[in-house]
Design a protein around this ligand. Structure first.
Ligand code: HEC
Length: 164
């Protein structure tokens, strides 16, 4: 029994000695621990993690597709005094030309929404001067000042072409 124990120790000792040799062959790393490098590495890793988290967040909660709202507000953004005035004056024209200037067949009134302001202005001025005869519109335009006509034209030009 004792012999066996001694033998085992001998074998273990031998293995240890052989392995010691391989330890001594390991390259010696004398490089000093670089704090700055470690911090930079850590930060890069954190950044990578944040990006991955963001990707996962996006995958799990895809942005909802906002359905296009049906614009029901003012047809024209009244951002100048001229457009405010034009909007007011246009109230009288709606019966025949429609809210969006889309025209009305029943009134023989043409589409005027989106038409160029200079053209609209010229037509109304011509009608006022009886160069262009338009009996039905006469009562509606006869009292309009030159400035009113300009305001109206600027407003009508901005009306959307498309019908509902
Ligand atoms: C009673 C209905 C009626 C009203 C109200 C009316 N219009 Fe007209 N408008 C017409 C008709 C009809 C015509 C087409 C006349 C023609 O054949 O020359 C017309 C033509 C026009 C034209 C010429 C369009 C083109 O392409 O040549 C313009 C511009 C116009 N109207 C602007 C106005 C404005 C601005 C108002 C409000 C101040 C107005 N109208 C109010 C009936 C109306």
């Amino acid at each position: 029994m004792t012999k066996l124990v001694v033998f085992c120790f001998a074998v273990i000792g031998l293995i240890a000695v052989v392995n010691l040799d391989s330890f001594s062959n390991l390259p010696v790393n004398n490089a000093r621990f670089d704090m700055d490098k470690a911090i930079a590495k850590h930060e890069a890793h954190q950044k990578e993690l944040a990006e991955l988290a963001k990707m996962r967040e996006e995958r799990e909660n895809p942005p909802k597709v906002v359905e296009e709202e049906v614009v029901e507000g003012p047809l024209v953004v009244l951002d100048t005094p001229q457009l405010v005035s034009g909007d007011k004056l246009y109230g009288k024209c709606i019966v025949c030309h429609g809210k969006r200037g889309e025209g009305k067949k029943s009134q023989n009134a043409p589409k005027i929404g989106g038409q160029m302001a200079w053209y609209i202005e010229k037509q109304i001025v011509d009608m006022q001067n009886k160069v262009r005869i338009n009996k039905v519109m006469d009562p509606y335009i006869k009292k309009l000042s030159a400035q009113d006509v300009k305001d109206l034209s600027a407003y009508i030009e901005k009306l959307p072409w498309k019908e509902k």
